[in-house]
Design a protein around this ligand. Structure first.
Ligand SMILES: [Fe+2]
Length: 198
């Protein structure tokens, strides 16, 4: 038996089931996929009772788009740190400070998105390789630190808005409400970055 508190693994990827496959079988059986099983003290439970008021198909669709948003934010946080560490020139101090504030502020947003996926009844992906594949961002960028950062922020806010619209359309106001706050923070940072580099 694993020690208390150990998360039982979810199939071989240890994070995300194949949501496309799950969507195709939602409403029926699990399609052979292992259900998320979490150890709570000495009780093993199948974590399928916390769909947050949505049916299975809806929760899968929200989770799928939310997973992309989580991945984008994780990659964006790394990009911000890269700029924070490597910026040089006359804007060094301003950019160094701004990017630190922003990557620190992203951490609770990332945590909230991941935990929302858990509340929707699915595992939160915690592997960098998986997240990199799910993100719309190009990790390499184009070599111009600030241009790439601005472009990345704009792509992330676009994806987050689309996710917010999907959640709203599916009746998941809680996810939508969470994302609205996150989008507002992005808009403010994009404005500051544009103003600094204009
Ligand atoms: Fe630092």
């Amino acid at each position: 038996m694993p020690p208390a508190g150990t998360i039982r693994s979810f199939t071989s990827v240890n994070a995300m089931p194949d949501l496309d496959m799950m969507a195709s079988v939602a409403g029926g059986n699990s399609g052979g996929l292992e259900q998320p099983t979490v150890r709570k003290g000495n009780i093993m439970t199948t974590d399928s009772s916390t769909i947050a008021g949505l049916d299975e198909q809806q929760s899968i669709r929200v989770t799928k788009t939310l997973t992309g948003v989580l991945a984008d934010h994780v990659v964006l946080r790394m990009k911000l740190q890269n700029v924070h560490w490597n910026i040089f020139g006359p804007l060094f101090h301003s950019v160094h400070t701004m990017t630190e504030q922003r990557y620190l502020a992203l951490t609770p947003s990332i945590d909230a998105i991941a935990e929302r996926i858990r509340a929707l009844g699915h595992p939160a992906p915690g592997r960098l390789g998986y997240l990199l594949k799910q993100s719309c961002l190009d990790e390499e960028g184009d070599g111009q630190l600030l241009d790439d950062l601005l472009d990345s922020c704009q792509q992330v806010v676009q994806q987050t808005r689309a996710c917010c619209q999907t959640a709203t359309a599916l009746g998941d106001e809680i996810t939508a409400d969470m994302l609205i706050g996150i989008i507002g923070d992005h808009d403010e940072f994009i404005w500051q970055l544009r103003s600094l580099t204009a």
